[in-house]
Structures are given as structure tokens and as C-alpha cells.
Design a binder for this molecule. Structure first.
Ligand code: IPE
Ligand code: IPE
Ligand code: MG
Length: 252
């Protein structure tokens, strides 16, 4: 199957929300203040997606590696996460947002896990925006878990090793049911993926900005979308092939 052409707006936007700590440090405030301000920016981003008709939004909230931060910061982030779940989920549901979490949930406390489960159950039928929160998530871990799932199938005699291909592995990584991200945005000035969706970003358009996450606004997001609309996605083909319609318009 040929890949899908760029839609006018991304079907799926993936975001690394970076720069909370520096935002606070520049104001000589503790880092947690930056995380609190960052939580407000999440709403700016969700509102933008709802207004523009973007179907899926994946936000990197906490990486597998972030568990290694000072205990005090991890504790403050967990508290914020818990509060956000208590405060925001009803409103998201009212706005027909489906909420889902990817990552290693077992590492969270029981009260956070219970709220994640409840949020997913409450919003499961919503279709306006698919909001994915990547928490305790790592791209390498995601691929390793997919490999383990395939190995289990082989051990049980349900799959032959020679049947393992991109489609088989791709079916077991996170977000297999969504189109891959069309556009990736990272705030905070660093130009790296930091173990976000390694498999899923293979042909995603990457967009970086120095703006720190808590300073996010709709104008900045619109700039990213405008840049995205100007790009030619070739998926390994030539420009002439793309112009000749070799890339489908239908969703991948
Ligand atoms: C992103 O902001 C939020 C998390 C990783 C949880 P940072 O906390 O990484 O902020 P900087 O990069 O140190 O400024
Ligand atoms: C990536 O940011 C993870 C999140 C935004 C949740 P980091 O701040 O952890 O990434 P590095 O350490 O700069 O690569
Ligand atoms: Mg950072």
C-alpha cells in the first residue's frame, strides 16, 4: 500500500512538551512551578486541536527516563498528574474527547492507575479528538514489549518466525490503531526525539521551536501547521512520482 499524502491539517499530532523546568528557573522559581504552568499549556494545545479538527493528539508527559529525576520533582509531577486527572477528565468527556494512556502503567501508584482506567472507561465512546498521554513511556520499551508479544505468539505456536514483518511488529506497538503522526512538535529548543515514539515517527514531519512549553499559544501552533502544509512528503519516492499521484490521499 502506498503511503498517504499530507492532509491539509495533520490527522495526528505528536508533541514533546519540553522546557517547563527552564521556564521556572528563568523566573528564579522552583521547577515544579514550571510544571504547573505547563499543565495550563496542555489545555491550549487541546483547544487548538479541537478547533482545527485534528483527530489525534499524543502528548509526551513523562518518559521512562524521567523516573530518574530527583525524588522531589518526580513526587511533585505525580501530584500534578493526579490533580489533572481529577480536574480535567469530566470536561474532556463533555467535549467528546477520548482519553488514553500509553506507557508502563505498572510503575504508577494505585490511585493514579485507578484514575487512568476510569478516564479511559468514561471517555471510550468519544470520537471528536483522540487524546493520548504518553506517561512512563519510552519508544525503545514500546518496541521491546511488541517483540515480547510476538515471541509469546511464536512460543504458543500461533505465529511462525518467518511471518514476522513490519506489519506484524507494527500491530503490537502503541497506537497501532491510529494513523502514524503526520506532524511532531518539540518545544524547548532541543532537536532530539528523547525516546518518544521511535517506531511511529518513521515518516513524521519534525518541527522544533525554542519557545518553552508553558509559553505555548495558538499562534505558535498555527505556525507549525502552516510549515507542515508547505512540506512535500515523499516517503522515499521522487518528487515526480509524488506529483503523479503515487501517494494516496486516503488515510494510511
Ligand atoms: C518537560 O519539561 C516536562 C517533563 C519532562 C516532565 P522539563 O522538566 O524537561 O523542562 P526542562 O527541559 O528542564 O526545561
Ligand atoms: C522529553 O523531555 C520527555 C518529556 C517531555 C516528557 P526530557 O527533558 O526528558 O528530554 P531530554 O532529557 O532533554 O532529552
Ligand atoms: Mg526537558
Amino acid at each position: 500500500m502506498s503511503p498517504a499524502a499530507s492532509p491539509p491539517v495533520p490527522r495526528h499530532l505528536a508533541v514533546i512538551m519540553d522546557g517547563n523546568g527552564r521556564w521556572a528557573e528563568r523566573r528564579r522559581r522552583p521547577r515544579v512551578i514550571g510544571h504547573r504552568a505547563g499543565a495550563r499549556a496542555v489545555n491550549v494545545c487541546i483547544d487548538f486541536c479541537l478547533e482545527r479538527g485534528i483527530g489525534a493528539l499524543t502528548l509526551f508527559a513523562f518518559s521512562s527516563e524521567n523516573w530518574g529525576r530527583p525524588e522531589e520533582e518526580v513526587g511533585a509531577l505525580m501530584k500534578l498528574f493526579l490533580n489533572a486527572l481529577d480536574r480535567e477528565v469530566e470536561e474532556l468527556h463533555r467535549r467528546q474527547v477520548r482519553v488514553r494512556f500509553i506507557g508502563d502503567r505498572a510503575r504508577f501508584s494505585a490511585d493514579i492507575r485507578a484514575r487512568m482506567d476510569a478516564a479511559e472507561a468514561l471517555t471510550a465512546g468519544n470520537t471528536r479528538l483522540h487524546l493520548v498521554i504518553a506517561a512512563s513511556y519510552g519508544g525503545r520499551q514500546d518496541i521491546a514489549f511488541a517483540a515480547r508479544a510476538l515471541a509469546t505468539e511464536v512460543a504458543a505456536g500461533r505465529l511462525r518466525p518467518e511471518d514476522i514483518d513490519e506489519a506484524a511488529l507494527g500491530a503490537h506497538v502503541a497506537l497501532a490503531d491510529l494513523p502514524p503522526p503526520d506532524l511532531f512538535i518539540r518545544t524547548g529548543g532541543d532537536h532530539r526525539i528523547s525516546n518518544f515514539l521511535l517506531w511511529q515517527l518513521a515518516y513524521t514531519e519534525l518541527w522544533f521551536t525554542d519557545v518553552l512549553w508553558p509559553d505555548l499559544d495558538a499562534t505558535l501552533l498555527q505556525r507549525a501547521l502552516d510549515d507542515f502544509a508547505r512540506r512535500e512528503r515523499r516517503f522515499g519516492l521522487t518528487s515526480a512520482q509524488v506529483a503523479g499521484g503515487a501517494i494516496e490521499d486516503s488515510p494510511a
